[in-house]
Design a protein around this ligand. Structure first.
Ligand code: GLU
Length: 275
């Protein structure tokens, strides 16, 4: 019989972690203000885990909206231009906050889907990430939205996080979000929704809990997270979906509190779990 692992066991046993941060975590999207304090404390807590980690951060387009007083992109070209405007702002904020936390060695990495899913792009990416590791440099990655049009995009940073975790040979992917992980129904409009702490297998029934839409609200945003967990599990990588409202969420997880997270062990992939 398989003994159940906890998120603490997983983080304990993870040498390398990829942490995906969504736009809503880093930007107050109602007022278009950057959550500086949140980012500062989050970075401190990631460093305190004492693990190798890389970050996949959304927020390029969001940062442009902050810069442009909330203005909304109207076309694909606008979105690409917003990403070009916002990405350096996003990276600059990370660089400053890492410097405050004692390290200025951060690198910006921008991928396209092609880089992560075909050769020689995948091997080149793997080698670059390994070389950054040797330089003791933490990468802040994002999709290269400025040049990636809809047909060639990964499209969401949950799946981009999974692809990065695969390329970086990570043990665990952590998806920071605004709900306590997975529920049996959308907790925002269903009081009977039950929180699922550990997923034993990514069955079709569990995958269906993701709903059908993207976006970072309710179970809708779970679809891409479960897809990312499935992809990660297929390569032996664990996924933790965690509520990042409190910036010390990973420390709390590490300390054994996991009512604010859902943990999907890599064996949750049916083909792996029942082999
Ligand atoms: N790459 C997009 C950005 O930085 C975000 C994509 C996503 O949030 O999934 O704005």
């Amino acid at each position: 019989m398989r003994t159940k692992l906890t998120p603490k066991d997983i983080i304990d046993n993870s040498k390398r972690i990829v942490i995906k941060i969504g736009t809503n975590s880093i930007i107050d999207v109602e007022h278009w203000v950057i959550k500086r304090e949140w980012l500062r404390k989050s970075i401190e807590s990631y460093i305190a885990l004492n693990r190798e980690f890389g970050i996949v951060s959304s927020g390029a387009i969001g940062m442009a909206r902050v810069e442009l007083d909330g203005q909304r992109p109207q076309s694909i070209e606008d979105r690409q231009a917003f990403a070009a405007l916002g990405q350096p702002i996003l990276f600059d904020i990370y660089k400053r906050e890492f410097a405050r936390a004692g390290t200025s060695r951060v690198a910006q990495v921008l991928f396209t889907k092609h880089d992560l899913t075909t050769e020689p792009g995948f091997s080149t990416t793997q080698n670059t990430l390994a070389a950054l590791r040797r330089l003791k440099t933490t990468y802040i990655a994002n999709e290269n939205d400025t040049v990636a049009n809809d047909e060639i995009k990964v499209g969401d940073n949950d799946n981009l996080g999974a692809l990065t975790a695969i390329a970086d040979n990570a043990d665990t992917l952590i998806l920071i979000t605004d709900v306590n992980g997975l529920y049996t129904a959308n907790p925002k409009n269903n009081p009977d929704a039950e929180h699922i702490q550990i997923v034993d297998a990514l069955t079709p029934e569990i995958m269906a809990l993701g709903g059908g839409t993207n976006g970072d609200h309710g179970t809708g945003g779970m679809k891409t997270k479960l897809d990312a967990a499935f992809l990660a599990a297929s390569r032996g990588i664990n996924t933790i979906i965690v509520n990042g409202e409190k910036p010390d969420c990973l420390t709390r997880l590490f300390d054994g509190e996991f009512d604010h997270a859902t943990f999907i062990p890599h064996t949750a992939h049916p083909t792996i779990a029942f082999k």
